[in-house]
Design a protein around this ligand. Structure first.
Ligand SMILES: Nc1nc2c(c(=O)[nH]1)N[C@H]1C(S)=C(S)[C@@H](COP(=O)(O)O)O[C@H]1N2
Ligand SMILES: [Mo]
Length: 201
């Protein structure tokens, strides 16, 4: 068996066209929204048996999970081994019964940003609504009080300042997906731009 060099090991974790960084760049379109714990809430709507609304306090009392995951932004930076703390989607979904017709999730954020995901990828074991990063509360610019983390898709799917999950039968392209970026966004397949969707068969 061939011995792997350390560089090859790192390469196995860095998708094509990406460059590693130890910094944690801020990538936001528009201003960082203001957070008020008295008015903040988290809603689950659409194709669910019962819509859900949680206050900030209620959300923070949900079971806490920790995961370590890599992050890949389409602007070509990747940051490995981020430690995220928050509520795993698999734990959150114990409170939600999704109707069988649901096939997509539209994530809604303070400030109007949205991101769409196929339901099965949203429900995978590696997705989380995070409020801490690398042992500290998220910086406001990085999404405090709550952001989605979807490590296996480009960073724009990891919506910051999340307020709502809307379960839907039909897909609905999100903020960047209507502005020329790929609807699916798998960094390992370099699904960067929407024109690539036409080349797929
Ligand atoms: N609400 C909101 N979420 C967002 C964005 C944004 O502009 N608004 N930018 C996305 C993009 S393009 C990336 S790469 C990541 C960057 O997260 P960071 O700023 O914490 O590094 O957030 C994503 N989530
Ligand atoms: Mo990004």
């Amino acid at each position: 068996m061939k011995t792997r060099l350390p560089s090859e090991k790192a390469g196995a974790r860095v998708p094509p066209g990406q460059v590693l960084t130890d910094k944690f760049p801020v990538l936001t379109y528009g201003p960082t929204p203001r957070f008020d714990p008295r008015t903040w809430d988290f809603r689950v709507t659409g194709l669910v048996e019962e819509p859900l609304r949680l206050t900030y306090e209620e959300f923070r009392s949900l079971p806490k999970g920790v995961m370590v995951a890599d992050f890949h932004c389409v602007t070509t930076w990747s940051r490995l081994d981020n430690q995220w703390e928050g509520v795993r989607i698999s734990d959150l979904m114990r409170l939600v019964r999704v109707k069988p017709e649901a096939r997509f999730v539209i994530v809604g954020c303070d400030g109007g940003y949205t991101a769409n995901l196929p339901l099965h990828e949203f429900l995978d074991q590696d997705t989380m609504l995070a409020y801490r990063h690398d042992g500290r509360d998220l910086e406001p610019d990085h999404g405090f009080p709550l952001r989605l983390v979807v490590p296996k898709l480009y960073g724009w799917k990891s919506a910051k300042w999340v307020r709502a999950l809307d379960f839907a039968a039909e897909d609905q392209r999100g903020f960047w997906e209507v502005r020329g970026y790929h609807n699916h966004a798998d960094p390992w397949k370099e699904e960067r731009y929407s024109f690539q969707e036409d080349e797929e068969t």
